[in-house]
Design a protein. Structure first.
Length: 491
């Protein structure tokens, strides 16, 4: 399905089918489904051809906050499975996702092409830090298909006069201009747009490699071949990619008196040795004094099923003066580095997807595990899901351990003490592995029966989680099966 155009002049002049925009009378509307317990975290699924009016239907289904119409904090994930349709409607839908704070995802085995791919680009999560902050939030399962192409003409085999063809061409040009005018809003680069505008008639520019997913800012799920640790080469690459000002060429400034002296790599332990950090230090001189600044990387793969943590990359807040640094040598003790990282305020934090550790041209089809994973990957954010949506979880929000019980509720017998940071596996995805203890929480979790998803309901779910009203059936590594409050389960 290509973008389609349906304009009044088409009826007047000919039956030319120009595939970019379409009217609602030309294409059937998409089907919109609310979900309560989707294994990939979808709360809404959009299937079928995207047509005029679909954005308004989705607005009615996802009204957000009753006052602002936005989801600020609790996250809603819209999953897309469509061959395409109206480009105009695709852009409208992308704008709605972007302004209302709806994340987008393409599920395992699903297809999102043409206008659907444009709508996908609007995926956004809104957070509040003195003001509402938009964060790009779009994800793709490695077995899904995501494809782009430029506005194209699908002309039947018949004769057309010059005026008809000229008008069709002008509409195509206007459509192309509309797309390029939206690049900033869609959060894609001009080069990415040029790449998919260059594909031949009838073909697609598929997001089918690690590099293309990274270029588009897409989080990947369902991956199986991620490394267990970061190599020194990858550490340096991640740091220089994130903070280009640490490179030798960026530091050297003959006019300003700055000179690159050398670099060193450290592996340090924080929090009593439980958390490992890789640190890349760069030393330089400026106006006769010597300094160093650091890049700190955290990557702790948590293997249960195929779930893996994100990579967190941070920089030290200020360059630190260190006397006695020699050229090409950074004589700083590991203890000094650990002390500085512990006490200094780290800034310029960036979170990267673990697929950044893979070779850029690796095909997604070669690294898929087929395991369904929650599309939301920001480790500082807890989506308001009532049912298990990931293969595994870790124990948190406790000092030492959390109890696994024979049945839901604190009055049930204790079967095991599960230590802090230990992994547990979801025994049954969805509602079959979930028990909700109060009617109020059951009502908040049941979006499907109401046909609406309000932000207030998601906030209520958050309260239910905090007050131990929602319990999941989980299993430890040793095979112990029981129930745990979701308050202590994190992914």
């Amino acid at each position: 399905m290509f973008f389609s155009i349906g304009l009044n002049w088409v009826r007047k002049f000919s039956w030319i089918a120009i595939t970019m925009f379409c009217t609602a009378s030309t294409l059937a509307a998409a089907e919109i489904t609310i979900l309560n317990d989707n294994p990939e975290g979808c709360m809404l699924r959009v299937t079928g051809t995207i047509a005029a009016g679909d954005t308004e239907l989705i607005k009615e289904t996802l009204p957000g906050n009753r006052y602002s119409g936005r989801y600020v904090g609790p996250q809603v994930v819209a999953c897309l499975d469509s061959p395409g349709g109206s480009l105009i409607e695709g852009l409208k839908l992308a704008d709605f996702f972007r302004t209302s704070g709806v994340s987008t995802h393409v599920e395992s085995g699903a297809t999102c092409l043409s206008a659907c791919a444009i709508a996908f680009l609007g995926g956004t999560r809104l957070s509040f830090e003195d003001a509402v902050i938009p964060n790009r939030s779009r994800s793709l399962h490695a077995t899904a298909t995501l494809g782009f192409h430029p506005p194209q003409l699908d002309v039947p085999d018949r004769r057309f006069n010059r005026e008809e063809v000229t008008k069709a061409f002008q509409v195509a040009i206007r459509a192309s201009a509309l797309l390029f005018d939206s690049l900033d809003k869609l959060d894609i680069s001009r080069q990415f747009a040029l790449n998919f505008f260059a594909v031949p008639q009838g073909e697609f520019y598929y997001v089918d490699t690690v590099s293309r997913a990274d270029e588009l800012g897409v989080d990947l799920t369902g991956l199986s071949t991620l490394p267990q640790k970061i190599s020194d080469v990858q550490l340096v690459s991640l740091c220089l990619m994130t903070y280009s000002g640490m490179s030798e060429s960026a530091i050297n400034d003959p006019d300003g008196g700055a000179e690159y002296l050398g670099a060193a790599i450290y592996s340090i332990s924080l929090l009593g040795g439980r958390e490992k950090r890789q640190v890349y230090l760069v030393a330089y001189s400026a106006e006769g004094d010597t300094y160093w600044k650091g890049c700190v990387v955290k990557y702790n793969p948590i293997r249960s099923g195929k779930f893996v943590n994100w990579i967190t990359v941070e920089s030290t807040s200020n360059s630190i003066f260190v006397p006695g640094i020699q050229r090409n040598l950074v004589p700083i003790s590991r203890a000094k580095v650990e002390e500085h990282i512990r006490t200094d305020r780290l800034t310029l934090r960036r979170t990267l997807h673990p697929s950044m550790l893979l070779e850029p041209e690796t095909p997604l089809s070669a690294i898929s595990s087929g395991v369904l994973e929650t599309p939301v990957r920001n480790p500082s954010f807890m989506p308001a899901y009532c049912t298990p949506t990931a293969a595994s979880y870790r124990i948190g929000s406790v000092q030492n351990f959390s109890n696994m019980r024979a049945s839901p509720g604190f009055g049930s017998d204790v079967l095991a003490e599960v230590p802090l940071n230990a992994q547990v596996f979801a025994v049954s995805p969805g509602v079959s592995g979930t028990r909700i203890l109060s009617d109020q929480c059951k009502a908040a979790c049941d979006h499907k029966s109401r046909g609406r998803i309000w932000e207030e309901d998601l906030m209520e779910i958050g309260r239910c989680l905090r007050e131990n009203q929602i319990w999941w059936n989980v299993r430890t590594r040793s095979g112990q099966n029981g129930w745990m409050s979701t308050k202590f389960l994190f992914n």
